[in-house]
Design a protein around this ligand. Structure first.
Ligand code: AMP
Length: 394
């Protein structure tokens, strides 16, 4: 039986129909630019994509369009459950949950922590509940996997009442991806489920790394929000927080405006002045563009430094996993990062690095202890598996 996986963003809606038992994805797609005259719905099946315009459509109309597409493909009937990606579960969710009125109320309490993401996630849940009233809906939270972090990893050294009164602590994100690739890495590297130490690096437009000990996240780089940690496409990652006051004094901009620049105009885009897209930055760097070279250098330097720091909570390193659009595809980023981590015993296998990518995964180091691996992520499959497991147990 199939699971419908939904990921509702502020102006987009991604979907997939997946058989969690065979891992087969029957169809996937995205409705984008919702609310604008250019809104469209892309449906991908068997490697071919069809696009239909849905001008002015909001989430409701887009999801009706998805259901129509599923009906045409004979995939709308016999669904087992609907799995929803939910970005911020705060400290309230340590695992995926069947969505009940009480769970929705708790998700609403998390809105102040995820003001941009949680409201559209909830919109998607409400529409799916009305379209599929007989199906179990399951929430899968980006933060849940990191709820196993100990206080020493999640507590910020700030006034303690900020934690007590305002929930200011590190939560971490990309949990579904870190959980999925760690599981795949165990299998690929032949590591025991009850004794392993892995660092996973999810490098996409957003980037985060996690330290995973025996299947549990013990530390991660993103924090209260996805702005902390590694350098990203448009986000700065960790910086001196006093920069906000300094730039406010120097420019007269508000903290909100400066935060907007740290989220949308920093990272690869900010340093290179060219693009948030690693492909563009790499190409410009290889053509001698100095700022692109610097952006690429900082990206790999911060990544290597952070990976080494994440070995501290693990006590040792068995495997390092690269995933996400950059981690799966950029031979350059992997080579430059591993080039700085030789002291951990990681030695790049250039031939393996050159051939591994989204289509072919596996080890890219010469040694096996520790080893670095490329593992394509599949958050949708993980959501489908969770939803199926809960639906069958329910
Ligand atoms: P994601 O958010 O996981 O889709 O990843 C997006 C990022 O992956 C962007 O920065 C892309 O430039 C990057 N990316 C995709 N393909 C490649 C590639 N062949 N080489 C370098 N970066 C890539």
């Amino acid at each position: 039986m199939n699971v419908l996986v939904l990921n509702c963003g502020s102006s987009s809606l991604k979907f997939a129909v997946i058989d969690p038992d065979t891992s087969v994805e029957h169809v996937s797609g995205i409705a984008q630019r919702l609310g604008s005259p250019e809104a469209s719905l892309d449906v991908k099946r068997n490697g071919t994509k069809s696009t239909r315009p849905i001008p002015g459509a909001l989430h409701d109309e887009a999801l009706h369009g998805v259901v129509d597409a599923l009906k045409e493909l004979g995939l709308a009937d016999g669904l087992l459950a609907v799995g929803h990606r939910v970005v911020h579960g705060g400290s309230k969710f340590a695992g995926s949950m069947a969505i009940t009125p009480e769970v929705v109320a708790k998700m609403e309490e998390c809105i102040p922590l995820g003001p941009l993401h949680n409201p559209p996630n909830l919109v998607g849940i409400r529409i799916a509940q009305s379209l599929f009233p007989d199906l179990l809906q399951v929430g899968v939270f980006d933060t849940a996997f990191h709820q196993t972090m100990p206080p020493v990893a999640y507590t910020y050294p700030v006034p303690f009442e900020w934690l007590e009164k305002h929930s200011v602590r590190r939560y971490g994100f990309h949990g579904t991806s870190h959980r999925f690739v760690a599981r795949e890495a165990l299998r690929l590297a032949g590591l025991p489920a009850d004794d392993h130490a892995i660092v996973t690096a999810h490098l996409g437009n957003g980037c985060s790394a996690a330290a995973i000990r025996n299947g549990k996240s013990v530390d991660t780089t993103m924090g209260l929000t996805p702005l902390e940690g590694l350098m990203m496409g448009t986000r700065c990652g960790s910086i001196d927080p006093a920069i906000i006051g300094h730039v406010a004094d120097a420019t007269g901009k508000s903290a909100k405006e400066i935060l907007d620049s740290l989220n949308k105009k920093s990272g690869l885009l900010g340093v290179s002045g060219l693009s948030n897209d690693m492909r563009t930055v790499e190409e410009a760097a290889s053509n001698g563009n100095d700022r692109a070279k610097l952006a690429l250098d900082i990206f790999c330097y911060v990544l290597a430094k952070t990976i080494a720091a994440l070995v501290v909570p693990l006590g040792r390193l068995d495997a390092l996993v690269f995933t996400g659009g950059i981690g799966e595809n950029s031979t350059t980023v992997r080579a430059m990062t591993l080039g700085r981590l030789g002291f951990l015993g990681l030695a790049l296998d250039e031939a393996a690095n050159a051939k591994h990518g989204r289509a072919q995964h596996g080890r890219i180091t010469t040694g096996t202890k520790p080893q670095a691996l490329v593992v394509p992520t599949n958050e949708e499959l993980m959501i489908a598996e969770d939803a199926a497991q809960i639906a069958r147990g329910a």
